[in-house]
Design a protein around this ligand. Structure first.
Ligand SMILES: Nc1nc2c(ncn2[C@@H]2O[C@H](COP(=O)(O)OP(=O)(O)OP(=O)(O)O)[C@@H](O)[C@H]2O)c(=O)[nH]1
Ligand SMILES: [Zn+2]
Length: 362
C-alpha cells in the first residue's frame, strides 16, 4: 500500500465531488463514463458536457416506473436527452416534486443496448452521497484524458461494482461517560469509518456482560422524530423507551446509526414528506423519488456490536429485517423484544403502512 487513496477512499472523494456538482469519471468493462449528479449539476458544466457529445440521464427503475419510461436494464433506465433538453427539464425528471402539477414529462426514449454496470455503480454512488438517484452520463473515449487534464476523480469501476462496495472499517475513536436521565451509568462511544464517512454512535449503559445476550437497539437517526418531537413517526418515543428499558435493566447498548430517513438522508426524507402531503404513503413516496423502501445498511450495526465485544443480543425491534441482517452478519439474536410506543393519530397510517408493506410486526 502506498500513500495514496485506496478504493474506499476514492469512492468517498467521488461522493464529495458529486455533492459539489463536480463530475467524476468511472472506468471499466471497456467503457469510460463522465458522471455528474443531476441534482447538483450546474448550468455551465451541463452546457459543456452537452457541447462535447451525447449525454444520457440515468434513473432508477423505480423512478422510471413513475415516469412511464422503459427500464430495459431492470433497476436502471438510461434516458436519451432530446436535443432541446434543458437542465430544468432534466432536474424535473430527477425530482418528483412537481410530478402532479406538471404530469407528463415524456414520452421518454430509453436505451436498451450496451453494458450498464458503470451506470448502476454511478446510481449507487449518488445514493450513498444522499442525493437524488439520478445522474447525467457521457460515454466517451475522452473521459480518461479529460480526468487527467481537469483533475477529476477517477474510479476504477471494474473493482468497485455495487455488489462488492465494501463497508468501510469503523474505528472506536473515543468514549466518555455521559450520565443520562434514563441511566446514570452511560458511556458514549464514537465510531468513525476509515473512509472519512459519517460517524455513528454507541451508547453503552451499565456494564453489559459480554458472555450473555445484551439488550440492544439499532436506532436509525431521525432528526424530525428524535430532536423535534415530530408526530409523523414513532422514532423519538422509541429512542427514549429503549434507553429507559436499558436503564431499568441495568445494562444495554443503543446504537445511534446516522442513516437518516431509512438511509436516504434528511433532504430526501423531506422530499418524501412533501410527497406524503400530496397523498402518497411512506413507501410510495420513496419509490417516486427513485429509492427502495429502505436503503439502510445494517452491516454497520453488526460491525459496531462486534467491535464492542457483543456477539449475541436481545434486540429491541419490530422489524424482522433487522433480525435477519444481524444473523447474516454473525450476531445472534437470542430474543426479539417488542418496542411499541409513541402511537399518535398523526402516525397511525404510517405505522399501518409499515406493517402492511414493510413487514413490521405490530
Ligand atoms: N424515507 C423515509 N424515512 C422515514 C420516514 N419516517 C421515518 N423515517 C426514517 O425511518 C427510520 C426509522 O425506521 P422505522 O421504519 O420507523 O423503524 P425501524 O428502525 O425499521 O424498525 P424498529 O426497530 O421496529 O423501530 C429513521 O431513519 C427515520 O428517519 C418516511 O416517511 N420516509
Ligand atoms: Zn422518525
Amino acid at each position: 500500500m502506498g500513500l495514496g487513496p485506496e478504493l474506499n477512499d476514492i469512492l468517498a472523494r467521488a461522493r464529495a465531488d458529486l455533492r459539489m456538482g463536480v463530475p467524476v469519471v468511472l472506468t471499466g468493462h471497456g467503457q469510460a463514463l463522465i458522471v455528474m449528479a443531476a441534482e447538483t449539476a450546474g448550468a455551465a458544466r451541463f452546457a459543456l458536457m452537452r457541447a462535447q457529445g451525447t449525454v444520457d440521464l440515468v434513473l432508477t427503475g423505480r423512478r422510471a416506473e413513475t415516469l412511464k419510461a422503459r427500464a430495459y436494464d431492470g433497476d436502471v433506465a438510461r434516458v436519451v436527452l432530446p436535443g432541446d433538453a434543458t437542465l430544468n427539464w432534466v432536474q424535473a425528471l430527477a425530482d418528483p416534486a412537481d410530478d402532479l402539477r406538471v404530469p407528463m414529462k415524456g414520452p421518454l426514449n430509453t436505451r436498451r443496448d450496451g453494458n450498464c454496470d458503470l451506470h448502476r455503480l454511478a446510481i449507487t454512488l449518488v445514493k450513498s452521497a444522499r442525493l437524488l438517484p439520478a445522474v447525467l452520463v457521457q460515454d466517451t473515449r475522452e473521459a480518461l484524458p479529460l480526468a487527467a487534464r481537469e483533475n477529476l476523480t477517477l474510479i476504477p469501476g471494474e473493482v468497485a461494482t455495487p455488489h462488492v462496495m465494501e463497508l468501510a472499517t469503523l474505528d472506536n475513536v473515543v468514549a466518555a461517560r455521559v450520565p443520562m436521565q434514563a441511566a446514570q451509568e452511560g458511556r458514549l462511544h464514537i465510531f468513525r469509518p476509515e473512509d472519512g464517512g459519517e460517524e455513528h454512535y454507541a451508547i453503552e449503559i451499565g456494564r453489559p456482560d459480554r458472555s450473555k445476550p445484551v439488550l440492544a437497539r439499532l436506532h436509525s437517526a431521525c432528526f424530525t422524530g428524535d430532536v423535534l418531537g415530530s408526530l409523523k413517526c414513532d422514532c423519538g418515543p422509541q429512542l427514549n423507551a429503549a434507553l429507559a428499558a436499558m436503564g431499568a435493566n441495568g445494562a444495554g447498548v443503543l446504537l445511534y446509526l446516522n442513516q437518516e430517513g431509512r438511509g436516504i438522508g434528511l433532504a430526501n426524507k423531506m422530499r418524501a414528506y412533501a410527497l406524503q402531503d400530496q397523498g402518497f404513503d411512506t413507501v410510495e413516496a420513496n419509490h417516486r423519488l427513485g429509492f427502495e423502501d429502505d436503503e439502510r445498511d445494517f452491516r454497520l450495526g453488526a460491525q459496531i456490536l462486534q467491535k464492542m465485544g457483543f456477539d449475541s443480543v436481545r434486540l429491541l425491534t419490530n422489524n424482522p429485517k433487522k433480525i435477519a441482517m444481524m444473523e447474516r452478519c454473525g450476531v445472534t439474536v437470542a430474543e426479539r423484544v417488542p418496542l411499541q410506543v409513541g402511537q399518535t393519530p398523526e402516525n397511525e397510517k404510517y405505522l399501518a403502512v409499515k406493517a402492511a408493506k414493510s413487514g413490521h410486526l405490530l
